[in-house]
Design a protein around this ligand. Sequence first.
Ligand code: NIG
Ligand code: FE
Length: 414
Amino acid sequence: MKKLYRNMRLFTAVDNGRALAGAEQGKISELKNASMLVSNGVVERVGAEDEVMKGICGRDISFEKDFGGACVIPGFVDPHTHICFAKRREDEFGMRLAGLPYLEILARGGGILSSVNAVKETDEEELFRRSERTVLAALSKGTTTIEIKSGYGLDTEAELKMLRVIERISKETPLTVVPTFMGAHAVPPEYKSDPDKFVDEILIKEMLPKVKAQGIARFCDVFCEEGVFSVEQSRRLLKAAAAMGFELKIHADEVNDLGGAGLAAELHTTSAEHLLAASEEHLKAMGEAGTIAVLLPATAYSLKKPYANGRNIVDWNVPVAIATDCNPGSCFCESMPFVFGLAVMKMNMTVDEALTASTLNAAYAIGLADKVGSLQPGKQADFLVLDGETPVALAYHAGSTSVMEVYKLGEKVA
Ligand code: NIG
Ligand code: FE
């Protein structure tokens, strides 16, 4: 049996088989008075009602809903989160507000390392329960697909535990989840004097094979940053991961311009993330390599850093996606509507570019564009009903979420 959703003002990016870059990123299809026919959670047809209903008998339709002309967009895809964590770090936020730099807190054994201790002390059931709560908060704000990184384990056992929790989130919540292995999130204190040993002996020789054998993680990511992992160490790790069949991501040039964006282009990684300090030369090289720039404006907001220049990055023909980076340290934000507003107001992207960035390009950034990211036949019927006439409402109605209803696979879930 099929479901029919009628009378929507539908906005969606159009998938042509690759992430949209340059002028293409700002091209959104708008259909007034649209209908969508959904079969087994998947869009079968979308368009004007008479076309959608051609040859379809009313008896085949089990459910029908009239949206009264409301604005509908694809469900948000959040392609970069560390949303699996055991404890908040409000105390550290207070220290940052008082002027202590983010990387200095990490260098003193806090920051990511304090989240590592919390994950080790928390049993798996409790870690799941706490993470699930934040994931469901994201769902209520319109995120229907999410990437989640490990990286608060930093030893094999704790990393595998995190990945099991991430898999459980995928099975027990309505969201589609893409798991990423990020054992290279920080150098554990016991390897501080010999980080190369951690990269070569632990990450490459021990963790990667065990994570591969576990079979949960799809991507491998690394925090390429001053005082964390160098470009050379990141290159070794990512090459080893690629050889084992992982797809690649990189935290590049978040605080300092180390050349992580250049490495992303060199290795043709699926995406490079943050890029607040990345150089024009390296960003343009990413565009040529087809590497997606995942921009995280809520992190710039939370770290009080200048925003990435989304306007230029789009104009330089780099496909841009946006994400929350939801984590307990640098950015405790699970709201894609907030990120959408920042993309428009602080990174000078157009509303249409931000819509592509938060849906279709985000789906490409996690290798799921065949299933989600736009409302087209063959893709999942994941969509949001907005309070507002157009997606402009997402940036216009500041501090509020304009997301009124959330549908996953054609079912209302929030
Ligand atoms: O993307 N930069 C590294 N990782 C996260 C922060 C994680 C944390 O502070 O716990 C980020 O900003
Ligand atoms: Fe991150």
